[in-house]
Design a protein around this ligand. Sequence first.
Ligand SMILES: *Cc1c(COP(=O)(O)O)cnc(C)c1O
Length: 372
Amino acid sequence: MTQQGFVAKTYIGAISPYVAGKPIEETAKEYGLNPEKIVKLASNENPLGMPESAKQAMVEAATHAFRYPDGNARHFRSAVAKFLGVDDSWVIAGNGSDEILGLIARLVLSPGTRCVYSQYSFSVYELSAQENGAECVEIPADNFKVDLKAISEACQVLGTRLVFITNPNNPTGLALSSEAIESFIASVPKDCVVVFDEAYCDYLPDDMRVDSVALVKKYPNVLVTRTFSKAYGLAGLRAGYGVAQPALIEMMNRIRPPFNMNYLAQAAAAGCIADKAFLKKVYETNRAGVEDLEKFFDEQKLTYLKTLANFILVKVGPKAAEINTELLKQGVIVRPVKSYGLPEWLRISIGTAEDNARFKEAFVKAREILGV
Ligand SMILES: *Cc1c(COP(=O)(O)O)cnc(C)c1O
């Protein structure tokens, strides 16, 4: 019967793979550019690089990396637990927070169950539901905002086992209030896990931060996920974690691959988690960059969303793909978001002042060339 020598599960054949930001090396080759001169504003990486605290811890750990890492990531998890004020048993380590998103989906989803998330949200949610054969229920956004009321209603349907909420959201950059989040969580049936993805929480102003640990303490069906890939500048190492009550963490640990978080990632992440000085600098650099780009898009008379994250979503019109190509030719990589259902928009990660200047210059030139 089969020509290929294998029979994949039918629901896996239906998956369209994750589209990542275009790598620097690939862009350099394709357009004949010097990779050193390329500005990548496509994957929400930290333009300041990694903190010294992480680098130091990683260099010290390097000598020992011939050994397996601690399979229970004790040192890392205890650094996280101390940072959050919970017991170690409330923390699970991940090879990036993507892995945690995948683990929770594997734990609770199977054919016949439902997974709910908003339109314009992180594509990994859909992927992790699809690979488990669950029904994907995407709730239309309300003028780009996550419609918590409609999502809550969708969660009442029998068989709904998982719902994803992101704050601030990717790719819109919009944030929810603490009150809205808590009343949403309170409304979700007790047998439906709420994943509260806080990949970008470090970019929120103080008055918008959510006490997500308090939510975990109050609700046994809440799983908070965080990452070291964005504000902490460790995207290439793959480091993230989940926080939930011990019963849920213990179940996830049963399917977590042994040694999932590598030696260097554990050391670096534990070394920088409490680096407040670095996070402050990251926050301030980012806000200055956001203001700069907002001013620029105002001058360009373009519509953008008021971001509270480290990227900005801007409507550049029907020629978005062409603009993207013109930017690439000039060595500026941004993120087209057609796959998110936003063919006329681009998502630009906030860079250093220098990166942002390069982007602005290239963008003006791209519009001139295309006459848009
Ligand atoms: C970047 C991102 C993550 C995390 O990525 P990892 O590198 O796997 O930790 C999670 N959620 C959202 C919404 C993101 O944008």
